[in-house]
Design a binder for this molecule. Sequence first.
Ligand code: CP
Length: 318
Amino acid sequence: MAKATVSLSGRDILDLESLSVEEIELILQTAAEMKKIMKMDIKKAPYLRGKSIINLFYEPSTRTRTSFELAGKYLGADVVNVTTASSSVVKGECLRDTILTVQSMACDAIVMRHPIEGAAVYAADIATPVVINAGDGAHAHPSQGLLDMFTIRENGKDLKGMKMAIIGDILYSRVARTNIAAWTKMGADVHVAGPMTLMPHDIETLGVTVHKRVEDAIEGADVVDVLRIQLERQQKGLFPSPREYARIFGINENRLKLAKEDVIVLHSGPMNRGLEISWEVGYCDNAAIRIQVQNGVAVRMALLFLTLIGGKYIENID
Ligand code: CP
């Protein structure tokens, strides 16, 4: 790995808009090194020994929380999970006090998921440890955006000039917002489609092409990113019925044939199978969904490694 000219030491990771192309490249290159550690018989490279990480999750999560936990543990850190349902949050403790409380325990990083947009920025303003946004409402999910980019590049596709289709619930999706920011920054040609009731009114200002028909977005696409319908966030009545949604917007085998033969299908999970994605597409050879999960650990290892110790010792990994 070439010597880095940028550093993320001590940086909060709140969204991808605030990372430069060079910083994104550094994270992706470091993640490739981290993936080597994941493939070792003894998955331990204790570069973060003596560091402690608190996963503070105000919303459910399987992939993000588990992979941040494993990422920290593979690198030798102490990792503690705080699930708000079994914490003093249920007694009414406010976010500020919860942040100050976990900070008082001398933690080095807080990985936080919260249902409200801007919660991670608020936490970063208060906290002295590094704050990594693990998803804040419909705003941002930077580690997901990074693992999606890593997965696309690992599959041999450079982002520059590629046609990317993002399909579904754009309005409530932090993944859509994050990937639009990242992919346009990396020079990709981003197309979106979904129900107009689930499309932000100012979406074109983000530099994407909007389609009413899913087929037009998918035609010739290198990547199809299928968004989860965010049933927990949206008001009722934004599309007629799940059956209608699947018929008009769902990604099935017939629609996927419109994309390039080597199209990469992404879904950040959990999938609503039979709704936004068919069973067949979820399991097809072009689906990178389980690879995304694996890459999520490598990317989160890279984020912890770069923010907590500035990527020191990277030359020793091999
Ligand atoms: N992709 C993602 O954020 O999944 P989880 O909600 O399971 O963490």
